[in-house]
Design a binder for this molecule. Sequence first.
Ligand SMILES: NC(=O)c1ccc[n+]([C@@H]2O[C@H](COP(=O)([O-])OP(=O)(O)OC[C@H]3O[C@@H](n4cnc5c(N)ncnc54)[C@H](OP(=O)(O)O)[C@@H]3O)[C@@H](O)[C@H]2O)c1
Length: 338
Amino acid sequence: MRILILGGTRFLGRATARLAVEQGHEVTCAARGVSGVVPPGARFVPVDRDDPEALIPLADEGFDAVVDVTRQVSHARHALSALADHVDHWSFVSTISVYADNTTPGQTAADAPVLPGAPADVDGPVGPDNRWYGECKVSIEQAVRERMGVDRSFICRAGLIVGAEDPSDRFPYWVRRLSAGGEVLAPGRPTDRVQFVDVADLAGWLLHAAGADLNGTYDGIGPAVTRADLLAGVVAGLDVPEPVLTWVDQEFLVSHDVREWSGERALPLWVRLPESGGLMDRDARPALDAGLTVRPLVDTVRATASWMAAQPADVRQGGLDPADEAAALREWQAVRDR
Ligand SMILES: NC(=O)c1ccc[n+]([C@@H]2O[C@H](COP(=O)([O-])OP(=O)(O)OC[C@H]3O[C@@H](n4cnc5c(N)ncnc54)[C@H](OP(=O)(O)O)[C@@H]3O)[C@@H](O)[C@H]2O)c1
């Protein structure tokens, strides 16, 4: 296939370009080149999508498939207007942040209500908390369906993406923490559900969708696992000694300013339950039935760890630092001994 990736200079877009090259496709990546470089074997076309006409020169080339990862509504609209008539299949990487209900577990893309689209004066996520992120993705989904038609478009609502080149430092936190050993603060309960998708599996599914003409709207996530199985899988992938896991009650964590999900003082991949139970426990069956394959967790861990090992020493971006973790564990112990 002739594939155009709108992006391709980091994480998922780059993994998709890399895999597409490996599979023998002719791959073009259009981006500014600010975030990184495209993988070897892919053609890089420098483009700034802030310019509404930037993609027009690519239209005459014609492509079998486009993969777009954008969060900017105008970027998506301009790309569709330039390219839709010259492309057979359009995949858009959306997000489970489009959903209106983050509480109910077991939802699917077919039945879950979504947020309204972004207001007319909002083009992309705003500020450190990414305000309007979900709404912008909803607007882009609508634009893709309208312009390409539902029979030529694949909307992939990704859940938490993990694996090599992850810029978010969420999954890497656990790789680093469990490598370090000692007493490990494990949030919540061992049976709490955690859900993610390996970046290479998601890339493979995007290419499968393009090749098999898969259309429609799906969540891009693997089956949920328990937090105990997640941590055990990380340990197995790293081949390190069994750590001492101390499970700490979520209300204690909240009251001690240990934060959820990502960022400073956060325990990544942890969200409060039941309030956010829908975020980490969606029904993966439709995706699996539609061709998403899921590699063993140990493979994800090994890929992440070997990428981390090749990075400059300190790539930490948030997470609970060791001193804060030790303090929280001491205070938890004191509460339990009372
Ligand atoms: N990470 C997760 O856990 C997660 C979860 C759910 C959904 N998602 C979604 O998954 C997708 C991930 O995409 P990704 O990993 O490839 O990373 P990304 O950060 O979304 O990449 C953005 C891409 O767009 C390009 N870009 C940005 N501004 C541009 C401009 N003005 N002109 C041209 N190109 C521009 C960037 O390249 P240059 O900067 O080089 O131009 C980069 O290649 C995103 O859509 C995200 O919303 C992610």
